[in-house]
Design a protein around this ligand. Sequence first.
Ligand SMILES: *[C@@H]1O[C@H](CO)[C@@H](O)[C@H](O)[C@H]1NC(C)=O
Ligand SMILES: *[C@@H]1O[C@H](CO)[C@@H](O)[C@H](O)[C@H]1NC(C)=O
Ligand SMILES: *[C@@H]1O[C@H](CO)[C@@H](O)[C@H](O)[C@H]1NC(C)=O
Ligand SMILES: *[C@@H]1O[C@H](CO)[C@@H](O)[C@H](O)[C@H]1NC(C)=O
Length: 206
Amino acid sequence: MERSPSEQPFFTTIAMTKSISKKTASVFTIFVLSVLVPGNSQTFSRNLSTKSLGLKKEKLSHLHFYFHDIVSGRNPTAVRIASAAMTNTSATGFGAIVMMDDPLTVGPNLSSKLVGRAQGIYASAALEELGLLMVLNYAFVEGKYNGSSLSILGRNTALSSVREMPIVGGSGIFRFARGYAQAKTHWFDIKTGDAIVEYNVFVFHY
Ligand SMILES: *[C@@H]1O[C@H](CO)[C@@H](O)[C@H](O)[C@H]1NC(C)=O
Ligand SMILES: *[C@@H]1O[C@H](CO)[C@@H](O)[C@H](O)[C@H]1NC(C)=O
Ligand SMILES: *[C@@H]1O[C@H](CO)[C@@H](O)[C@H](O)[C@H]1NC(C)=O
Ligand SMILES: *[C@@H]1O[C@H](CO)[C@@H](O)[C@H](O)[C@H]1NC(C)=O
């Protein structure tokens, strides 16, 4: 059906009125909202672009270092902080909790370059075999990683040739980190309990 020329202006007017009233309504809505919602301090959640946090492309990094667990001598870097009544009679030392601040170096020799420290707790969490609960942060000091950290939460069957522990997060350069760490005993002194462990860490981050 064709409209008569006389009808055209009428429809146009209606459309204009509609669009003006829509605009007016949305301006009014924004005004009301801006009065009712005074800034971000009152906003619980919002969607963000990764760019707005300065995040670029996600990348995969490989870190390689040696971990020195020194339990003996005058300057231990790992000390037992708690144990249970049964810990001493348990074949696996079940219940023992150790706090560490272990140096991480670029080579197996403790006098090689320090790249960070492993700070946190390991605890004997398995009755039947040596199974450690590892809860720690790697606090890095090397180059662009200085001040950044990775958080590990995992199981370490310390007598296995290779152990794998999840990277559950990180800070600084390692914000949004996820990945895994592989541990391999490089050297172990059965008399003192001191150990050097080689780590290969594979981590996604931005
Ligand atoms: C964020 O985005 C999702 C998916 O696009 C959407 O469903 C949700 O309503 C948005 N949340 C906010 C607070 O804007
Ligand atoms: C376990 O043995 C150590 C020494 O071997 C001793 O110092 C400690 O008090 C004992 N702990 C318990 C809970 O018996
Ligand atoms: C570690 O390095 C020091 C100093 O460079 C050296 O004297 C020592 O023999 C090295 N130790 C090992 C186990 O290679
Ligand atoms: C790491 O950063 C701290 C604090 O900014 C600084 O004091 C220190 O010298 C840095 N270390 C290295 C090895 O760059």
